[in-house]
Ligand binder design. Structure first.
Ligand SMILES: Cc1ncc(COP(=O)(O)O)c(C=O)c1O
Length: 397
C-alpha cells in the first residue's frame, strides 16, 4: 500500500478508532472450545431479531408499500413523528407534538446532528465521565472540545462541578440516563438541576435516553417535559435500536423545539436526505403494537440487572467493586495491577470473555479508567451472568 498523497483532516485523524471494532479484533485467531464458548459482553446490542409479527409487517411494507423504497420527508414520516410525540407527551406529561420530533438514522446521528447545530470549531460541550465514546468522538472530529465532568458518588455527575467548567465557549451539557457505560439512572431532581444550570447559562441540555425503555422507574423518569418551556433548553434523544431490536435499520429521534429542528433539517437533508423508510415503518409498528412485548423485555433486562447485583458478592470477596448497574450495563472496578485494556485482552484468551476496558470511556487524562471495565450484561441471561462471574472469579493476574 502506498502512502497517501493528500492530507487528512487532523481532527479526524486524531480521533480514536471505533472501540467496539478494536475489541472485536482481539478475538482474531482465538479458539473458543465448545465447553467454554465466548461470552461477549462488549456491545450493547440485542442479539435477537425483532418479533416475527414486526418482521412480517416490514416485509409486507417492502412488497406492498411503494413509499418504503423512496425518499421521504427529511425529518421523518409524519405518522411516526405523530406517534412518538403522542407517546412522549403521555409518558412525560408534557406538550410534545409532531413538530418537536425529528427522526434520525439512529441516536448516534441524532447526537451528531444536535452537536452540529449547536457548536462550531473551538466550542465546548460538557459530558460526564465515564462517557459514551461516540459522543466524545463526534465532538473531537468536529473540533469541539468534549470537556470531561468526572462523575462523583454513585457515578452521578455534580451540577456544581459542571458549573465550574462552564466557559464562554460552552454550548451544551450532555446527560445519558440510564447511563452508558456507568449503568446508573440519574434521579429526576438531578436532571432538573442540570436543566436549571443549562438554562441559567444559556446552554442546551442534551439528554440521551437511548435506554429509557429499560429504566427501573416505569413511568416518567424525569419531569423535564412537564415544564411548559422545556424546549427552550432541553433536547432529548431517543433510539428505537434497543427497544425494538432494530439496530440494523437505524432509527432514532431528536425531541426538541420546532425552531431547533429547522436547523436539524439542514444537517439531515445533507447527510442522509431522509431516515431509512423501512426502519421507520417498523418503528411505528412497534409503537402501535408492541407495548406488552416491550414491557416484557424491560422486565427481563431488570431481572438480569438483579442477577448482576445479587451475584456480585462472590467477586466482591475477591476485590472487585460494582460501581453501577442498570440499563444494559454494569460498570466495575477490577482488583488487578494490570491495566484494563491488558486485562480485557487476557480475559478473551484466559476466560473466553469479551468486555470493554474503562479506558475506552474516559478522557485520556483520567487514569482511573485503567482499573475499570464495562460489562454489557443485557446480552446474556441469568445463567450466562453466573457463568461470567465464575469465569472472572477464577482469574489471577
Ligand atoms: C448512549 C447511547 N446513545 C446512542 C447510541 C446509539 O444508538 P443508535 O443505534 O440508535 O444509533 C448508543 C448505542 O450504544 C448509546 O449507548
Amino acid at each position: 500500500m502506498s502512502a497517501l498523497k493528500f492530507p487528512l483532516n487532523p481532527a479526524m485523524a486524531g480521533t480514536a478508532a471505533p472501540p467496539v471494532m478494536e475489541a472485536r479484533r482481539w478475538l482474531d485467531g482465538v479458539e473458543f472450545p465448545a465447553d467454554r464458548p465466548l461470552i461477549n459482553v462488549s456491545q450493547a446490542a440485542p442479539v435477537e431479531t425483532p418479533p416475527p409479527a414486526m418482521q412480517q409487517a416490514m416485509a409486507d411494507a417492502i412488497l406492498h408499500q411503494p413509499d418504503a423504497h423512496l425518499y421521504g420527508a427529511v425529518l421523518g414520516r409524519d405518522d411516526l413523528r405523530e406517534a412518538l410525540a403522542a407517546r412522549w407527551a403521555r409518558l412525560y406529561q408534557g406538550t410534545v407534538s409532531r413538530e418537536n420530533i425529528a427522526i434520525t438514522a439512529g441516536c448516534n446521528q441524532a447526537f451528531a446532528a444536535t452537536i452540529a447545530c449547536l457548536t462550531q470549531k473551538g466550542d465546548e460541550v460538557i459530558i460526564p465521565t465515564p462517557w459514551y465514546f461516540n459522543h466524545q468522538m463526534w465532538c473531537e472530529m468536529q473540533g469541539v472540545n468534549a470537556v470531561p465532568l468526572p462523575a462523583t458518588t454513585n457515578l452521578l455527575p455534580d451540577p456544581d462541578q459542571a458549573r465550574a467548567l462552564i466557559t464562554a465557549r460552552t454550548k451544551a451539557i450532555v446527560l445519558v440516563s440510564p447511563n452508558n457505560p456507568a449503568g446508573v439512572e440519574y434521579p429526576a431532581e438531578l436532571i432538573a438541576q442540570f436543566r436549571d444550570l443549562a438554562r441559567e447559562n444559556g446552554l442546551a441540555l442534551i439528554v440521551d435516553e437511548t435506554y429509557r425503555d429499560f429504566h427501573s422507574v416505569s413511568g416518567a423518569a424525569h419531569d423535564l417535559l412537564s415544564d411548559p418551556d422545556w424546549s427552550d433548553t432541553v433536547i432529548a434523544l431517543y433510539s428505537f435500536s434497543k427497544s425494538y431490536r432494530l439496530t440494523g435499520h437505524r432509527v432514532g429521534a431528536i425531541i426538541a423545539s420546532a425552531e431547533f429542528h429547522h436547523e436539524v433539517e439542514k444537517f439531515l437533508d445533507t447527510v442522509a436526505i431522509c431516515p431509512n423508510q423501512l426502519g421507520q415503518i417498523g418503528a411505528l409498528w412497534g409503537i402501535e403494537n408492541l407495548d406488552d412485548w416491550l414491557a416484557g423485555e424491560r422486565q427481563e433486562i431488570l431481572s438480569r440487572r438483579a442477577a448482576i447485583v445479587e451475584g456480585f458478592p462472590a467477586l466482591e470477596a475477591l476485590g472487585w467493586e460494582l460501581l453501577g448497574a442498570g440499563a444494559y450495563f454494569a460498570y466495575i472496578r477490577h482488583p488487578y495491577a494490570i491495566s484494563s485494556p491488558d486485562l480485557a485482552k487476557k480475559l478473551v484468551q484466559n476466560a473466553g470473555v469479551l468486555l470493554l476496558p474503562g479506558t475506552m470511556f474516559r478522557a485520556a487524562s483520567e487514569t482511573i479508567g485503567a482499573s475499570e471495565v464495562r460489562v454489557a450484561f443485557a446480552n446474556i441471561d441469568k445463567h450466562g451472568i453466573s457463568t461470567l462471574y465464575e469465569r472472572l472469579a477464577a482469574q489471577k493476574f
